[in-house]
Structure formats: C-alpha cells, structure tokens
Design a protein. Structure first.
Length: 236
C-alpha cells in the first residue's frame, strides 16, 4: 500500500468512521492507492498541488508543511523479512532553515512515545519557481524511516519534532486501515530486537522508490522500541 498524504499546521482531522483522537491536534489517516514508484519529484508534486490550491484560495503561507508516503510489504514473506516494518518516506518543507533537520519522528501513544527509526535523510533546496517555495518555504528535507505496521492497529499518532520552534507536529492519525493479509498475522508488532534484512530492505527501496540514495545499513535497535510488546489492552 502506498499512502501519499499531506498534513498542515492545523490538519483537517480523521477520515469518517475512525475513533476520535485523544490528541489536541489531528493528523491524517492513510489512504489507499498511489504511485507505482515514489521519487523526490513526486513528493514535491504533492506539495505543489496543495500550495497552488492554497494560493487560489488566497490563504497565507504556512511556517512549514509535510508530505509522506508509506509503502507496505506485499506479502507475509516480505513482512517477516522486513521485521514487521513498512517504509515511510517523509518530506518536510519549512520557511526557517533552523527548523531542519527533523530532530525526531516517533509514535505517540496516550501513555508514552516510541521512536520511529530513521534510515537516512537528505537536505534539498525548493525550486524558487514553485508555489511551494512561496507558500511553505525554501528549505526541504527528505527522510526514509522504518514504520512499524503494528501501529496501524493502535490509538496513536505518528508525530515529529523539528530542530527548533515546533514539537509534536502530527503526521499520521491512528488507528487506520491496514492490508487485508495483516489481519491474519497473530502479532504484527515489530519483532523484539530484530531489524529488517538489509538485502531485502535495499531491494524493497529500489522497487518502491527512485532517486533516493539506498541505505547501506540499518539503524541500531533501540531498547525503547521493544516497548511495543508491552501494550496496554485499552489500546487495542
């Protein structure tokens, strides 16, 4: 599943049928469908479409804007080889250079936070001829992250903190729709202490993206990541 979604400083909120958020600000729920391959250009094209709409409506520029795409494993074998992770491609554009790099991305549960592991990130300049430059700013960062599929089932948000000025910026509202085959998995949470097979991850990134450098390693596992297995029943 590819989930290209936009989020503003004050996002619109959840899609119909999802439970009410426990958080003050709301992120977006994933939507099915998307591109065959995600590229740096396709990420900025998504932002540009929203920037043009904002300009037409004569709305003021925003301090920052983000766009993300999620690619899920195609089947159970790939799911296991990726240690129960998806690939999150997150693009952030901001008016202020000091807000980048993104300081951290994490899953915010009602009672705790769990880091989302970053594979790599890159800085880029926004083309001055784009409406994105005017509405969202000239400074851009693209990042690849390991998104835990078990998070689809939780009352939670994916949030991020910028380097300065803004913390707890909502990215993705959860729970959300997940692939049908995931319903048959007894434990969709990340495997404690495990990380994706590097070759499988590299092949997956090459198949689902183009124009992003392919990571040559996976991040070191963090002890706090294992807390997914310590889930309060109220969250399910």
């Amino acid at each position: 599943m590819a989930s290209p979604v936009l989020a503003q400083n004050n996002p619109f909120g959840q899609s119909p049928g999802t439970p009410p958020s426990r958080f003050q600000e709301k992120g977006f729920a994933p939507v099915r469908g998307g591109r065959e391959v995600t590229t740096p250009q396709s990420q900025i094209q998504g932002l540009e479409a929203w920037a043009k709409e904002r300009e037409v409506k004569q709305r003021r520029p925003l301090e920052h804007q983000l766009y993300y795409t999620i690619w899920d494993p195609g089947d159970r074998a790939e799911f296991d080889a990726l240690a129960h992770y998806s690939l999150l491609i997150l693009t952030v554009v901001t008016q202020t250079a000091q807000e980048l790099p993104v300081r951290r991305v994490y899953t915010r549960l009602p009672d705790r936070e769990i880091p989302v592991l970053k594979l790599a990130s890159w800085r880029r300049d926004v083309d001055q001829t784009l409406v994105t430059y005017k509405m969202y700013g000239p400074y851009r960062e693209d990042g690849l992250y390991l998104f835990p599929l078990g998070a689809y089932l939780r009352t939670a948000q994916i949030q991020m903190d910028l380097a300065t000025n803004r913390s707890g910026l909502p990215v993705l509202e959860l729970p959300a729709e997940w692939p049908d085959w995931l319903r048959t998995v007894q434990s969709p949470e990340p495997i404690p202490g495990a990380l994706p097979n590097l070759r499988t991850l590299q092949d997956f990134i090459k198949r689902k993206t183009s124009g992003f450098p392919v990571p040559t390693s996976v991040p070191a596992a963090e002890a706090s990541h294992i807390e997914y297995s310590k889930k309060p029943r109220s969250l399910w």
